[in-house]
Ligand binder design. Sequence first.
Ligand code: NAP
Length: 470
Amino acid sequence: MKMLIGGKWVDREKKIEVTNPYDNSLVDTVPAGSAEDMKAAIAAAVEGFQETKRLSTLERITILAKTAGLMEGKRDELARMISSEGSKTIREARFEVGRAITTMTVSSEEARRIDGETLPFDSRPGSQNRRGYYYRFPIGVIGAITPFNDPLNLVAHKLGPALASGNSVVLKPATVTPLVALKLGELLLEAGLPSKGLNIVTGYGHEIGDALVTDDRVRMITFTGGPEAGLDIVKKAGLKKIGMELGSNSAVIVMDDADLERAVPACVDGAFGCAGQNCIGVQRLFVHAKIFSEFKDEFVTKTKKLVVGPQRDEKTDVGPMITEGEAERIEAWVQEAISQGAKVLTGGMRRGSVYQPTILADAPLTAKVVAEEVFAPTVALFEFRDLASVIEIINSSKYGLHAGIFTQDINNAFQAIEDIDVGGIMVNDTSDYRIDQMPFGGVKLSGLGREGIKFAIYEMTEPKVVCFNL
Ligand code: NAP
């Protein structure tokens, strides 16, 4: 596929090969964009903004609703793209396509609700003749940088709100999964988006990222990815708005009164869905001592039944990791934990880019598999007795995105809600639950600001005050 700059599909001699992470087969190529390409895309987006900011609310609603309709007609194609360039199974990919359609649909709905309010200028002495209001206006060119793990829906979470509120965008998708993002760009143009309103530059973040992040013409960087790149971007961005959706090592608590028939399968899904490559996936699992043994047996039994294999096979539950390098990384982290006393209850094996779903017990809290974000099909299981102490351990993390607690006792639930430092807490669910229109984001190293369409629109607009002196 080609990249999209200034309304044209642009190719370059230097290419990036997009491969299937399961068997390394070639899926397609994209141009390896340069810093000059990025500059050209920003210049086009500056021009594009002159058009996008003048689109009426009705036009913005129509373009986004039409895009959602076009996506609806291409559900299968989009899902196949996700499960070829990425590591999601075909069933997970179909689910993502459904969510991305919702994200674009809700973006079109939220465009209708961007409003302001009248202001009581006549409340100040001497101001009795003044009347006025504020409304929210788009901020300009938005630079969007996205990760590999939800290659369509996380792009939709940037483009939908940005375009709903009249901004123009330069998007840099993850290098390993650029294809479905380019496809979404194609559909937006087909739906009537002004051609310079969206520019998509493919290329390596470390080569072309700075050109986007440091450019003063870009008014906001909205980034989803790992903390390393996120912190680098924050340091370089200068005076512009920043949205950071970063990682976590999410915790789930299972109390002694929990309904295990709900808790066990939810924890299996939460830990191993998308091969654990999920920012709210279950990584630290704290189970009350009274039910620990029963939970552990059920959890291990269910995990062993997961079918691991090629993503495109309908029977596969757990696909590969995004690269063999990533699988080697988690293999080394598990080895480190074992050398520090952790026991492998199941898994712990790697074949190429496939890492077997792995449950560890007795891992030290300082081991990488506990303290860092694993972003792999690996979960650490702990036994506990006292809720307050577990909450303290959970909060000792440098991250704080989501947490979950399984309990029938409202007091336990409220203790967790009030005391765990996270952006979202799920009661009788794992950390791995969200809908696309809720405020989504984290505290501490998990991020800055919130996404979730309405909330992203808020970040991507600014109030302008109008006052009439009558
Ligand atoms: P990543 O390595 O940080 O990459 C994310 C994006 O940033 C890619 O497009 C990457 O480009 C680009 N990039 C890398 N270095 C850059 C730089 N110096 N300047 C500008 N851009 C740069 O993350 P990933 O491995 O794709 O995704 C996994 C991470 O994303 C995990 O930490 C996960 O928790 C997080 N995540 C968070 C959320 C959330 O909503 N909180 C959701 C999903 C994922 P290249 O691909 O070219 O390197």
